[in-house]
Design a protein around this ligand. Structure first.
Ligand code: PMP
Length: 756
């Protein structure tokens, strides 16, 4: 190669050193008087014309100020030469070498970042008048406007959870950026102002190298790319981004329409980098340079998710002296709601929150705050999950109808869901909610047993319909409730913390069951159904003690009744070790009701039962629910099951749940106001009590909940005394999230109560 170069350029080479490169080879060439960069690319005619254009752009920019590399001509006057080396064709070119330190290799300072913004703006200003047909027609996957081209590489990313995060940003881009791209101002831009392409001399950005990504793209993509890389590994990326933006804006004003989408452009650029890293790793695992920034990019993308798009936009607006976007006064929002919505629909927290968006375990409010949702079990696989969204969208664009027609989604989903149940439970009825499911479950029980009493557990909750309330002590026994109906038999909540029998009293499960059976036997007529939650949610996360259900189920069946498990809260892997709550009690119910997390927030519910019960019910009038089992609901439900499996969410619930619980147990050792910590997987309750007693401290629980809300963490309170802090987050919750909740509870407790 040395011979070829010396011949082409007519100089004597003293030293030649190979440098890092993405897809091409780069060499540092030293002659007696000068240094150069020699670049060698595998030949393609398309690349040849791009490199010709790149040289043309460099000559256009060239200012003899060492800001940009200058193409060097061969002795025969060529800027690009094709050579055959060892039987392979290569495109060869020489560029001037620019001195300086890489931005990525030195301590970043405000001054450097200010000069970076100015440098880019000046370059962009110059390039605005540059025209090149080849660059203009270039369609390149690293160009943010062609983000979608990188979709091909998503599957090269190893972890399903990581793929979901990337897909989320793809959808956000499609929603928020694609519609405005045609209206953005465009220019030829460098498009790769990363930290290894920016050179610093005397504490300022002095040069930019590597024009291999030149594209004709929305101008804002230049700054989006620069900010992305400049923010890597920074504690507060937005502070650094703002410095670049502000100084850029002073040279070349940024438009409001551009600032609006910058959050999504940066997210997209991170995803492009990550998709390409994954792809490079797959096709060329030796080239570590191609995926050297992967770790920083993942870190930054996860950080990006923690920032609300509105917060980012407002931070950028502030740095540009633009008016920040303000939400409406919360009291006005509440007033408007109450004009048409009865206050019987309660609002959470002393200071209600107006939500705008949500992603995975995070929610973003109308003020730009990000909340960690440690409470809501409905978005089981995470808010705005891309798989759920895409399956819903696909089916919505195809067909929605009802169960009176044949379509594959219904049996497909039913089969898939029933695989999660014991063989005996093999018939399913789709409805629209948990309430509708519990209502139908009672109908099935009546049809099958021809009996009429329903046995329920104190503090149980099964739904808001009239039947739902009839069977929910939590509602009918409320001070404003309807009271207990004649056909209801209520048994005490087997609370082993505060109940009649507590931990250590012996076989408490059996003791509570015996009491319940006595109550059942003392009632005048037989029980058609016993309904219970494996862990009583509204009862304050009270786990039914070991042996309790087993004994009751046997007795109920013996006198002709059926047993219903309400899995609306406990189902779908939330408990970690078990997919359904009844599994932890070693029983198989005759009827199971499910809902809430089943479709990640889309309203569906279902009743699962045995062949025998289904046959009895089949002898009655036709069952039809207009929406129950429609193909869209089925598609969404199916996507949730897929995500649980693909992302290992049940296992995550077990692992993070165990860890979360251990943190709470440690806290309990320090603070006497924590009377009990109980639960399983990501379904946990913390009982708040008065010092050295089991007396519920409802006020303190409420205070903790509201203080947490003020610290952007969402939990709830429940239980008969409303003193149990409940946490049951989306199953993508992480150990870091768990630490954050417990850390903040400790901070709050430190302020409010004394330690042990
Ligand atoms: N059962 C249980 C255990 C529940 O927690 C709920 C809702 N909180 C329901 C049934 C009723 O479900 P839905 O609100 O979807 O009607």
């Amino acid at each position: 190669m040395i011979n070829i170069l010396e011949k082409d350029f007519g100089f004597k080479i003293i030293e030649i050193k190979k440098l890092n490169g993405y897809e091409n080879e780069n060499y540092l060439i030293e002659t007696v008087n000068n240094k150069y960069i020699f670049k060698k690319y595998p030949y393609s005619s398309e690349l040849e014309s791009i490199i010709q254009s790149e040289n043309e752009a460099l000559l256009f920019l060239s200012d003899n100020n060492n800001q940009f590399p200058i193409p060097i001509q061969t002795t025969d006057g060529l800027y690009v030469k094709i050579h055959e080396i060892e039987g392979k064709k290569f495109i060869c070119r020489m560029l001037s070498f620019l001195d300086g330190e890489m931005l990525g290799s030195i301590k970043n300072t405000k001054e450097i970042f200010q000069s970076f913004g100015i440098f880019l703006a000046k370059m962009n200003k110059k390039l605005q008048s540059y025209n090149n047909a080849t660059i203009k027609s270039r369609i390149w996957n690293w160009d943010i406007q062609h983000f979608h081209l990188n979709k091909n590489y998503i599957d090269d990313i190893a972890k399903a959870k990581d793929r979901s995060l990337i897909k989320y940003f793809f959808y956000q881009f499609e929603e928020n950026v694609n519609p405005v791209i045609p209206s953005l101002r465009k220019s030829i831009i460098h498009s790769d102002a990363n930290e290894w392409n920016i050179l610093i001399r005397k504490g300022k950005v002095s040069s930019i190298i590597d024009f291999g990504d030149l594209v004709y793209s929305p101008l804002i993509n230049e700054i989006a790319t620069a900010i992305t890389y400049a923010s890597y590994d920074k504690e507060n990326p937005l502070d650094w981004a703002s410095i670049i933006l502000e100084s850029y804006n002073n040279e070349l004003p940024i438009l409001e329409s551009e600032i609006k989408i910058l959050y999504y452009l940066i997210g997209a650029r991170l995803c492009i980098s990550l998709c390409n890293s994954a792809h490079s790793k797959k096709i060329n695992p030796e080239n570590v340079y191609a995926f050297s920034s992967e770790k920083s990019a993942w870190k930054m993308l996860n950080k990006w998710l923690l920032l609300s798009p509105l917060y980012v936009e407002n931070t950028f607006r502030k740095s540009l002296n633009m008016k920040v976007l303000k939400k409406k006064n919360i009291n006005e929002v509440i007033k408007r709601r109450h004009q048409v919505i009865s206050p019987i629909f309660s609002l959470s927290y002393e200071e209600p929150i107006k939500m705008e968006k949500a992603a995975f375990q995070y929610m973003y409010d109308a003020d730009g705050n990000t909340f960690l949702d440690a409470y809501n079990n409905i978005p089981l696989v995470g808010y705005s999950h891309p798989k759920v969204f895409s399956e819903a969208k696909k089916q919505m664009s195809r067909l929605n109808t009802n169960t009176r027609y044949l379509y594959d989604k219904l049996p497909e989903y039913a089969e898939k869901l029933l695989l999660k149940f014991p063989d005996k439970l093999n018939k399913i009825y789709f409805v629209n909610s948990g309430s509708e499911a519990s209502d139908l479950a009672i109908k099935l029980a009546y049809a099958h047993t021809k009996l009429n009493k329903i046995m329920v557990i104190e503090n149980g909750y099964h739904g808001h319909t009239q039947r739902g309330i009839d069977i929910s002590d939590y509602k009918f026994n409320h001070k404003n409730g309807q009271g207990q109906k004649d056909y209801i038999i209520k048994v005490p909540m087997p609370d082993t913390y505060r109940g009649k029998y507590i931990k250590g009293d012996g076989n408490v499960g059996s003791m509570y069951a015996s009491d319940a059976i006595d109550i059942m036997k003392n009632s005048k007529s037989s029980v058609a159904a016993f309904i219970g939650e494996p862990i009583l949610g509204c009862g304050g996360q009270v786990i039914l003690p070991k042996g309790y259900l087993n004994k009751i189920y046997k007795s109920v069946r013996k006198q002709g009744g059926v047993c219903i498990s309400d899995e609306v809260q406990t189902g779908f892997g939330r408990l970690g070790n078990h997919f359904w709550g009844f599994e932890m009690h070693n029983v198989i119910p005759d009827i199971v009701i499910i809902g809430k997390p089943m479709a990640n927030g889309h309203p569906i519910g279902a009743v699962v039962t045995t062949n025998e019960v289904a046959e009895s019910f089949g002898k009655g009038v036709e069952f039809f629910s207009s929406f129950g089992g429609n193909p869209i609901s089925c598609a969404i439900g199916m996507s949730v099951l897929d995500v649980i499996d693909e992302e290992g969410l049940q296992e995550n619930s077990r692992d993070v749940g165990e860890y979360y619980m251990s943190l709470f147990k440690n806290l309990q050792k320090k603070y006497p106001c924590i009377g009990d910590v109980r639960g399983l997987g990501l379904f946990i309750g913390i009982e708040i009590v008065k010092k050295n007693s089991k007396n519920p401290d409802t006020k303190l629980a409420k205070k903790i909940k509201n203080e947490l809300r003020n610290r952007n963490i969402l939990v709830g309170t429940d239980g008969p005394f409303d003193n149990v802090i409940k946490t049951k987050p989306p199953l993508c919750f992480t150990k870091e999230n768990a630490r954050m909740v417990v850390f903040n509870i400790e901070k709050i407790l430190n302020k409010l109560v004394s330690k042990k």
